[in-house]
Design a protein around this ligand. Sequence first.
Ligand code: GRF
Length: 199
Amino acid sequence: MQSIVILISGGGSNMAALVRAAQQEDWAARYGAQIAAVISNRADAVGLRWAQAQGIATHTISHADFPDRAQFDAALAQAIASCVGAGKPPLVLLAGFMRILTPTFVQAHAGRLINIHPSLLPAFTGLQTHERALAAGCKFAGATVHRVTEVLDEGAILEQSVVPVLPEDDAQSLAARVLATEHLIYPRAVRRLLAAGFS
Ligand code: GRF
């Protein structure tokens, strides 16, 4: 069985979209894949409660408990490995996980580490993507599912969605329009990876 571990920091709506797709499309039967655990770096992440209600194993590894990024990432890697046991290395999906990962962590999960970012990469890496898209006068915005490399929000693009920017938009309304499309493209990207054996 191919395990999937989802990392979150907050609301977890992308995580929920992935879990729903896995259930509705029976990824276990179709691809031999199952969502093994949801891990948050914040104990108060709303998404954790939703995952628990679905019967999914959850863990919190608080970054505040570690003196530096390297030690937090080591603990995170250990938690991921322990969710999976001796099976195949897991697919690790960042879903609103608001931490920059160290090169060591990225290399350890190379080829199996995926992120979703709320902009049309390579435009607007980092934070405040919707504010910046509005300030730049963009007529379109969107989201990107991409492989994670050591460089923030870089890496091969797997899926993108595009939405119009409307004249009356503020960052909140634009974020909501983009987020609705994230819930479509993240499951689609994962489905394609599973079907292709991650190639
Ligand atoms: C999403 O827009 C995601 O792309 C970004 O943070 C937001 C998280 O939303 N990184 P959620 O936690 O999945 O609801």
